[in-house]
Design a protein around this ligand. Structure first.
Ligand SMILES: [Zn+2]
Length: 85
């Protein structure tokens, strides 16, 4: 299993909960992810995710290679809930 940094989970977690930011992310992944301080490798990983990965929290966690409970925990993080891209 790949190690995924918490900030990747927080960015993904916010995009999951906020459709405005999710559209922004899908329209300009590099621009958004760079502003969020993600590394090149992390940006590539998110760029390569299939659109179907966003279907459920489970598919999203699977695409990120993390446990669903870890992603859910990141989604409850205040930064994940409140900070827009
Ligand atoms: Zn947002």
């Amino acid at each position: 299993m790949t190690y995924v940094n918490e900030r990747v989970l927080i960015v993904t977690g916010h995009a999951w909960q906020c459709s405005t930011c999710r559209s922004k992310l899908q329209a300009d992944p590099d621009g958004v992810l760079m502003q969020q301080g993600l590394s090149r490798e992390e940006r590539q990983m998110l760029n390569q995710m299939e659109p179907g990965a966003w279907a459920t929290v489970s598919t999203l966690a699977e695409a990120l290679g993390v446990a669903r409970c870890d992603l859910e925990e990141a989604m409850r993080h205040p930064r994940s809930r409140l900070r827009h891209f």
